[in-house]
Design a protein around this ligand. Structure first.
Ligand code: ASP
Length: 306
């Protein structure tokens, strides 16, 4: 049982909540690997979960759907272009409509920061933020914590380098702060236009160069350039330049300690934040993150609705 019924931001979760979710996810990882009979169970039988995705998504939407189905819930998917929001309906009316259908949980992804709160105020069920603008993406942070804990057995004391478009990334909004809250040190690097104006808000420190950020890193976390959130590309170096100055290439890979884990929330833009050859050569942590995603979302949905 968690101290909250909703997940809007990582601040909604206490440290104990986080441990409860990650421990429960470990059980689901084991069950998911144990074959069809073990991976499906009925904790949420009779409950209705609506995935309201108003921005594109591959991993998050699919993994919420799979998680809900493995728990026996009835899962309904609504996408922005196929919903009445495309006909001008407000989010308030959409939420009230879902509430009138006795929806037990709404998982929402939206372009505007704060959209999950609007849904929460208009529905009796639980609400999960699956990414709101450049604000937060708390289930991504939970799955990243899970993958990191799987690799190192702890979070405290690790050094995590986050490279790329920090300022427009909701992933950093959730992950940066929680990592530092749990005792990791987080250092970021990227082009000046991509650095946060107030790094302290993200709980991160800005390195003076990418080399300095990578030096001694236990985890290197790469981010995609959030092209859809950049008003103008004028501040951006060309993608080739970006790749040369900040991309993870073979030489930078060689400078890392052998135990360093490379992570990426996806979608990955090969040839930009990571070279084609490095993307092909890194151990499959990125897919471990995806597997953690299903397990962590199962744990979260189950615990929120318990
Ligand atoms: N999939 C992540 C998100 O939705 C990261 C990204 O899109 O770059 O924020």
């Amino acid at each position: 049982i968690l101290s909250t019924r909703h997940l809007m931001t990582m601040d909604d979760l206490t440290d104990e909540d986080i441990t409860t979710i990650l421990d429960r996810a470990d059980l689901h990882i084991a069950a998911n690997a144990a074959g069809p009979a073990a991976k499906k169970h009925g904790a949420l039988r009779g409950q209705t979960v609506v995935n309201l995705f108003l921005e594109p998504s591959t991993r998050t939407r699919t993994s919420f759907e799979i998680a809900g189905k493995r728990l026996g819930a009835d899962v309904v998917n609504i996408s922005g272009s196929a919903s009445s929001i495309a006909k001008g309906e407000s989010l308030v009316d959409t939420a009230q409509t879902l509430d009138a259908m006795d929806t037990d949980m709404v998982v929402i992804r939206a372009r505007a920061a704060g959209s999950p709160q609007i849904v929460r105020r208009n529905i009796r069920g639980s609400v999960i933020n699956a990414g709101d603008g450049k604000h937060e993406h708390p289930t991504q942070a939970l799955l990243d914590l899970h993958t990191i804990r799987q690799n190192f057995g702890r979070i405290k004391g690790l050094r995590v380098a986050i490279i790329g478009d920090i300022a427009h990334s909701r992933v950093v909004g959730s992950l940066g702060r929680v990592l530092s809250r749990l005792g990791a040190s987080v250092v970021v690097s990227g082009p000046p236009a991509f650095l946060p104006s107030r790094p302290g808000v993200f709980g991160v420190e800005v390195a003076s160069s990418v080399e300095e950020a990578l030096d001694g890193a236990d985890v290197v976390y790469l981010l995609r350039i959030q092209l859809e959130r950049l008003g103008s590309l004028q501040l951006l170096p060309s993608l080739r330049e970006y790749s040369r100055f900040w991309g993870l290439n073979a030489a930078r890979m060689e400078s890392l300690a052998p135990h360093t884990v490379i992570m990426h929330p996806g979608p990955m833009n090969r040839g930009v934040e990571i070279t084609q050859e490095v993307a092909d050569s890194i151990p499959a942590r990125v897919l471990d993150q995806v597997a953690s995603g299903v397990a962590v979302r199962m744990a979260l949905m189950e615990l929120l609705l318990a």
